[in-house]
Each structure stands twice: as structure tokens, then as C-alpha cells.
Design a protein around this ligand. Structure first.
Ligand code: SF4
Ligand code: SF4
Length: 236
């Protein structure tokens, strides 16, 4: 959510982002998983077919746009656990089961075409705008103060309460009420923290692009990991 109102949709809004590549590893290959995460990648370490862990590099202090944190958010977690001992000491991790598993398996399949732990991708947020659609943006008191000071009153008046939270209003077509026809943010300087912190090329970004635009970054389809011998190890 980095749509600046002065941007020209027809010109040079694309920027490069280095994102973590997700790879699956059997528990027996935990050393390879550690190497992968040390290289900046995200590892799914499978203890069994029904239990796994997402392991990410040490969460960056004071960086609300940390890719590992946003991978956890995409899985519905509010925070990462940081291991204090063991092979993943210092790394962030999320324990996975149930509905999490097909999600992380899909991430691994999507990224199967990328050889290295990170990948550079070019994204143009003005041309995209996917995360400004069908997205629940929760507002806190600072967000409300910023919006009251810098957004049109009609926009502020449309903020609504849902499940105990104040949220931005979505139009019937799912667009945020601040999204302009040019694909830019109409309240850019006053936009909420969630919009400022939302990292391009994060799992949440990739999910938004798949949902809104049907753009999959990487292989669109692939074999189930459990149908092959392919719990990956780097270089194989
Ligand atoms: S979904 Fe990603 S690329 Fe698209 S506007 Fe949001 S941050 Fe930018
Ligand atoms: S306020 Fe709306 S249009 Fe602006 S960045 Fe946030 S979600 Fe997108």
C-alpha cells in the first residue's frame, strides 16, 4: 500500500524488492533449513504430514515491515516466537497445523522455480493496488488523529466499526474508499499505519495480488510435496 497521489501510472513507478523464497525441508534436513534461513529465505520444516514450522530470519527490531512478521500475519498470527536454543536459535518461527499446512505448501510450490533463498522482484504499486481492495484496514487512535487532520471529512465520516475495531470503509466493489480511479491513494499523507507498513513483496502482498489480480509470483501449479520425494534440500 504505497500509492502516491502524484505518481504517474504510465511511468516509472516500479521498484525492486528482495523477498524471501519459501522452501520445504524434512526435519532430517534441518541443517539445510538453517542454511536457507541464514541466506534470507523462509523455511517450512515438516515434523510430519500434519505438523510443521515456518522458520524465518531473526525479526528485525523496530522494522514493522519485516517480511517474517508479515508471513506470520498472513497465517493469522500476531507475532513470531523467537527460539532461545536449538538449531533455530535466534530465528523467528510459527508452529503450523491444520489449515496452515496447505497454505505453506502452496508457498513452497509457488517458489519452487526460484533457486536461491531470496529473489529480486519488480513491483509497481500504482499499477497494482491489490492490497487496497478487499482488505480490512484496522485503525488505532493515531490513525484516526492523522485522518482527522489530513483526510477529507467525508472520508473520515465513513470509517466504521466492525468486530470491535474501527476500519476503513470498502466500497461495494471491494475497493478502499480512498482508492482513486488512477490507482493511487487519495489520503496518502494521512494513510493509516497498516498502509505505511504493508511491505511490497511480502506474503500478504503476494496473497493480495493472487486474490485481486490472479497474478502468482512463480509456478502457478505444481505437484504436492507429499506426492513426490521433494522435500527440498538446497541445490537438489
Ligand atoms: S499488493 Fe503489493 S505490489 Fe500491489 S499495491 Fe500492495 S504492496 Fe504494492
Ligand atoms: S488508505 Fe486505502 S487506498 Fe490508501 S493505501 Fe490504505 S487501503 Fe490503500
Amino acid at each position: 500500500m504505497k500509492l502516491h497521489p502524484s505518481s504517474d501510472p504510465a511511468s516509472t513507478n516500479a521498484a525492486s524488492y528482495v523477498r524471501p523464497v519459501v522452501r520445504s525441508f524434512r526435519l532430517a534436513f534441518v541443517k539445510h533449513a538453517v542454511t536457507w534461513v541464514q541466506g534470507g529465505g523462509h523455511a517450512v520444516v515438516w515434523a510430519s504430514e500434519r505438523k510443521a514450522f515456518l522458520v524465518v530470519p531473526q525479526p528485525a527490531t523496530g522494522n514493522p515491515s519485516d517480511y517474517g512478521r508479515w508471513a506470520a500475519y498472513d497465517l493469522g498470527r500476531r507475532r513470531l516466537r523467537v527460539a532461545s536454543s536449538g538449531p533455530f536459535e535466534g530465528f523467528g518461527s510459527v508452529s503450523l497445523k491444520g489449515d496452515d499446512l496447505p497454505i505453506v505448501e502452496a508457498w513452497s510450490i509457488r517458489d519452487g522455480i526460484h533457486e536461491n533463498p531470496t529473489r529480486t522482484m519488480s513491483l509497481d504499486c500504482v499499477a497494482c493496488g491489490a492490497c487496497c481492495r478487499n482488505n480490512t484496514v484496522i485503525l488505532d487512535a493515531k490513525d484516526m488523529a492523522r485522518l482527522r487532520a489530513g483526510a477529507p471529512q467525508a472520508f473520515v465520516d465513513r470509517v466504521r466499526r466492525t468486530d470491535g475495531h474501527l476500519v476503513l470503509t470498502l466500497l461495494p466493489n471491494g475497493d478502499c474508499a480512498a482508492l482513486t480511479h488512477a490507482g493511487t491513494c487519495g489520503v496518502y499523507e494521512a494513510r493509516p499505519a497498516a498502509c505505511r507498513e504493508f511491505p511490497a513483496a511480502s506474503e500478504c502482498c503476494l496473497f493480495s495480488r493472487e486474490e485481486a489480480l490472479n497474478i502468482v509470483d512463480g509456478a502457478a501449479t505444481g505437484p504436492s510435496l507429499f506426492a513426490t520425494s521433494a522435500f527440498s534440500t538446497p541445490g537438489t
